[in-house]
Write a protein that binds this ligand. Sequence first.
Ligand code: AMP
Length: 176
Amino acid sequence: MNSLKDLIRTIPDYPKRGIMFRDVTTLLGDAQGFKAAIAQMAEPYRTQPIDAVAGIEARGFILGGAIADRLGCGFIPIRKKGKLPWKTIGQEYSLEYGVDVIEIHEDALAPGQRILIVDDLIATGGTAEAAAKLIRRSGGTIVGATFIIDLPDLGGSKLLKSHDIACHSLVAFEGH
Ligand code: AMP
């Protein structure tokens, strides 16, 4: 079997010049690779009580659904502004230019529930930090955050650590 790193396609200059886009569709399309990624992302949490996985749109949904099934817990979607049908709470976060907003249903979790954050990749950590704020504002406790890819030079895992959130990732790429 190819290593998980070998199954990730790198696309230079996408979506704009200077970005090395780490494309996980090639990993997701490989049956053994997908299965191994889900197993490894879930592994540190198998023996911990977890009420729900919170997956970040959109690749966090694919991974988060499978991880929730494996851990035997629920799934909570965290979506871009305007996509969720019920009442929401929103959280702004910074992009390279300007700001964006992600949202969660206001009744998605009950106070005290233990939540695992899932996405495909952590770069600056701005998206995961906003997700963490939504979960904490909803009264949830964050058990950790799990990713396929960390870009350590962009500081996202350190940022989460400064909020007392431990990151778990399977593969790191130096640079950005
Ligand atoms: P950040 O908020 O900077 O940690 O960015 C994380 C989000 O942006 C994740 O949802 C990723 O899917 C996406 N992302 C950021 N940088 C990249 C990259 N180099 N390749 C692929 N996806 C990326």
